[in-house]
Design a protein around this ligand. Sequence first.
Ligand SMILES: *[C@@H]1O[C@H](CO)[C@@H](O)[C@H](O)[C@H]1NC(C)=O
Ligand SMILES: *[C@@H]1O[C@H](CO)[C@@H](O)[C@H](O)[C@H]1NC(C)=O
Length: 650
Amino acid sequence: MRLWARATAVRRRVLCLWLLLLGFALVTLALSDLLNRDRDHSRQKPVPPLRPLQRIPNAPDLEVIVDSRDPALELGVDLAPLKSLQEDQLLFVPSTQDSKNPPQKKGSYKVLLPGANKDTRPPAHLTHGEMGKAVRIHLEGMERDMELSAVQKYGFNEMVSERISLHRRLPEARHPECLGGQYSESLPSASVVICFHDEAWSTLLRTVHSVLDTAPKPHLQEVLLVDDLSQHGHLKSVLSEYVSHLDAVRLIRSTKRLGVGGCRTLGAARAAGEVLVFMDSHCECQKGWLEPLLERVAQDRTRVVSPIIDVIDWQTFQFNATQWPVRGVFDWRLNFYWESNPQLQDKESDSAVRPVQSPALGGGVLAIDRHFFQSVGAYDPGMLLWGVEQIELSIRVWSCGGSMEVVPCSRVAHLDHHHLPYHFSDQELLQRNKIWIADTWMDAYRKIFYRRDTLAHFIRQSESPNNTERLQLKKSLGCRNFHWYLSTVYPQLYIPQDRPALSGELYNVGTGSCADYPRGQGLRGGAMNVAPCSGTGSQHCDLNSEFEVRCDPMGALCLDAKGEMVVLSPCPIHRPPTSRFQWKFIKLSGQLVHQQSQLCLEVVKEGGLPQSSPKKVNTHARTGGLFLRPCTHHPRQQWHFEQLVSPKDA
Ligand SMILES: *[C@@H]1O[C@H](CO)[C@@H](O)[C@H](O)[C@H]1NC(C)=O
Ligand SMILES: *[C@@H]1O[C@H](CO)[C@@H](O)[C@H](O)[C@H]1NC(C)=O
């Protein structure tokens, strides 16, 4: 039995009595809220500007931030009971039960009673995910069932996490040259802002202790825990109680779901340190991680820096060091990646400890000067709840006078989730955020994105986001355009040509399916295959003027042949490419001819495959492999490029 669990039980019993008394008040409050609430919370509406926040007085170890438009304030209700209600999970929460028909439900609210939030529905991701299948096969018996439900609840194996000390020390992963590093006494102070929403107890507290155990006291102004409207019981009064015993840790609660960006902006507004360190709520810091970050920011206040993000495994909680050099990038579908061993221009001897500039940084851990953060526009309030806000911030920081880099002597490990443990009522959340980035920052290059994400394209056709304010900000800050960003900051990103009739889904006449590429292999590529045409833009290929066919959203992998097997390989650096990577498309016959072998691209059905072919790739969707065969007029050698988004549309 855990101490904090017992503490809750006792506290609950005491609170029971006055809770009953409060019952009436609560129900009245609930009804008035339901009656008065503006029903139209539609996402199509222009996004309101950040609203002023008010602080409630007389909360010793706890601040409760209440939105000035909070229904309780509008009703003129005394706020003291509201704070207590929140502490003990009597909350007004947006109803997220029904994710299938969100539009009608958005304005509705329900009252949550203690214990009423034990929602253990398996998340959709797990039932569909292949990893989920693997978990189910591996886990047997009672305890295994509990582990499985812990995985479902949090997206990682929380039972393993519970058994690990909140003070565990990570194995040393820094380069030996980092260890003797002397840092100035006069480094700026840091406020570590940790936002959380329904985080597990062990991972949240391990994050907090890890910061307290590793950050030098003189440089650590405070740790700001910001609760983004969590529902889980352990994050209520038990957490407040626990935090009240920790030095330099403050807890802030939002009464509204803010999402990653909004929550961090809120934390930033409360922070007193000179440098903000945004950190996810499931991290573990390596000794000496803070000083190198502060030093880099102190040298140049427009520099935004990240440690090397090592990986904690979601099943075993094992630590896995990330290879240096590494930097953050994104592809034309606006997905973020850490790119290991990038082809960097400078290969000098001390590069093992020298920071590397990075076109983008992940959201896991980020240090930024507080004033620079505010002046560059904080996190964009137009971005919804979760997803790609790190890409938006990255493009903005670079374009508007700042820079980004990864600092190798600083390392923080981040728990990789198997899936996101909660649902969003808006299924197209990610697309909407990407549309926001495309329309605000990408100028004409946004067409390249829309061709590769047709869902975003169709959403964009039916609704246009009002990003007037951000465009004004961009103008007033004198930010550079996306062409500058691509050519100066991220010249390694291939810019697709997407010529009509020579780009799009590569449709095979004989099978009625589309050429598809191996996913999850990073930039290693793998055997090509055909799969049902997705229509989403995920199978977009681009035959360029140098006769390469590039099919991945990064445009870094080229159609290539290994013997008779057709594969996707890293594109050659030398220009023009050798004939091994060149393909000629004969429009009349639909043949794609490999220039080196003069053989044609053909779909070979499953069963007719040679023994050596990899069987594991995409078995559920795959309907055949791609091979080189002597050219014939067989329909399985006939192809055409289907453009899903017409050029003038995008
Ligand atoms: C660590 O990461 C490497 C590279 O990503 C991977 O190949 C390896 O399997 C990982 N090891 C563990 C124990 O997770
Ligand atoms: C867009 O937002 C700006 C300010 O946020 C507002 O002035 C303008 O009227 C809005 N435009 C539309 C079409 O809603």
